[in-house]
Design a protein around this ligand. Structure first.
Ligand code: ZN
Length: 136
């Protein structure tokens, strides 16, 4: 029996590496890098623990639990990503500004014209003043 075959047999039915594995790996690498300067024993233990968890997940046979963990973490990461994407999109929008309605918290896209304006919220029909400081 060659090594590859034995490895394949050993890994069959085991979970393997997923996106969360790489997330844990990157986090532990970042913490290890920070610890070069901080030199904290607690941080060092945290790095080892994260690596241990990542490796144990790979060899786990409880695929269902591992998939749920992965989905939970990925949904948080995707949420953060979409918020960042939205911010970047709004910054890139030179002709408009985005303001929250003080009454109903709806986000309004308004033309970017310097000065003080009164606007009516299309959702709650209340008017409020908007200040635009600069035209880009
Ligand atoms: Zn409103």
């Amino acid at each position: 029996m060659n090594f590859r075959y034995r490895l394949m047999r050993f890994m069959s039915g085991r979970y393997g590496a997923d996106a969360l594995f790489y997330v844990l790996f990157v986090i532990s690498a970042i913490l290890a890098f920070i610890n070069i300067f901080v030199r904290s024993a607690v941080l060092q233990i945290a790095v080892y623990l994260i690596i241990l968890i990542a490796v144990l997940r790979v060899f786990s046979r409880n695929n269902f639990a591992r998939q749920r963990e992965n989905q939970a973490v990925m949904s948080v990461i995707n949420k953060v990503r979409s918020i960042y994407g939205l911010r970047r999109q709004r910054r890139a929008d030179y002709t408009h500004i985005y303001k929250k309605c003080p009454y109903c918290k709806a986000v309004l896209r308004l033309p970017r014209k310097k000065g003080k304006h009164t606007t009516v919220c299309p959702r709650c029909n209340k008017s409020f003043t908007v200040r635009v400081f600069k035209e880009k």
